[in-house]
Design a protein around this ligand. Structure first.
Ligand SMILES: [Fe+2]
Ligand SMILES: [Fe+2]
Length: 308
């Protein structure tokens, strides 16, 4: 049945979103744990590719009328006795994804969904090769011995981890909004995606500060709010601008390190969104009817015969 095929793709791709989400968090966590510049860069680069996969899967889910499961995550494996063991966890994640994506590709017939899986399989295969080399290289990295814990520093790190969690939450929320608005309001969708990208950058800055101090980043899955109504989204973004700026300034004033204070102040300043989002509220380039036409023409219209 055709509708069954559509449901199947939504279900598979939503599962894949949780896999990609886990991979991103796991690889970033490992990157900051190991701390060696070259390894960190390589891991971050791979995490960026997983974000691309997550985006491809999410866009397909929305195109088929589903909601992307971006607020969920599969298991993450963060710690291991040695750096080699850590990278082995990443190799395992890649091999598991390859196996799963191949299985799905054999089970579905819709061509554009197969193509997305093929692209992901190619990338994951390359990643597993890179990780195997990385596993050899990390053998030579000396693990940082745990230095004595500075009470004051621990408090600052706790504060930073709160900020990190907030950024993580906002990244998920803005990505969800961007995916849901992709056809309904493409301009606004693009704007909130830019916010998410900014926040990913902030996440990286803060994570780096925390790990440089010898602490672990808090990557627990935050509770996030799904929002898809343009009016609500714009209202929320505007409120966020004000409260987040205030919060960052407050934390920045509590922090004694000038470098750290500078980073927090910089994030505070970047909370201001550069375009007036309200402008895009009623200027939807694509209205609902047109959107459904586009979706139909895009892909599966002929296959699924939506709406007869
Ligand atoms: Fe991936
Ligand atoms: Fe991968």
């Amino acid at each position: 049945m055709r509708d069954l095929e559509r449901e199947k793709i939504i279900q598979y791709f939503n599962y894949n979103i949780t896999l990609e989400h886990s991979a991103i968090i796991q690889y970033l966590f490992h990157a900051y744990t190991i701390g060696d510049a070259e390894t960190e860069n390589e891991l971050e680069e791979i995490a960026r590719e997983e974000m691309k996969h997550l985006r491809m899967f999410a866009h397909k889910v929305v195109e088929l009328g589903g909601k992307p499961a971006i607020f969920d995550r599969a298991a993450v494996f963060l710690n291991a006795p040695t750096y080699e063991d850590l990278i082995q966890l990443d190799i395992d994640a890649e091999l598991m994804a390859i196996q799963e994506y191949k299985r799905q590709r054999d089970e579905i017939t819709e061509e554009s969904a197969k193509k997305i899986l093929t692209r992901a399989i190619e990338d994951e295969t390359a990643h597993s090769v890179i990780f195997k080399k990385m596993k050899e290289n990390v053998k030579n990295i000396v693990k940082n011995g745990s230095s004595e814990i500075d009470e004051n520093m621990a408090k600052v790190v706790q504060l930073l981890n709160t900020v990190l969690q907030k950024q993580y939450q906002k990244i998920l929320e803005h990505l969800f909004q961007s995916f849901m608005l992709r056809h309904k309001n493409p301009i606004l969708s693009d704007e909130v995606e830019q916010k998410a990208i900014d926040q990913m950058k902030h996440f990286g800055w803060i994570a780096e500060e925390i790990s440089e101090k010898g602490f672990s980043i808090d990557v627990n899955l935050p509770k996030a709010k799904p929002m898809e109504n343009p009016q609500d989204i714009i209202k929320a973004v505007k409120e966020e601008e004000i409260t987040a700026k205030k919060e960052f300034q407050e934390i920045s004033s509590k922090v004694e390190s000038p470098d750290l204070s500078w980073i927090l102040q910089r994030i505070a300043d970047r909370e201001i969104h550069y375009t007036d989002l309200e402008r895009f509220l009623n200027s939807n380039d694509v209205d609902a009817k047109m959107a459904s036409e586009i979706v139909k023409a895009f892909t599966v219209g002929s296959l699924f015969k939506r709406g007869g």
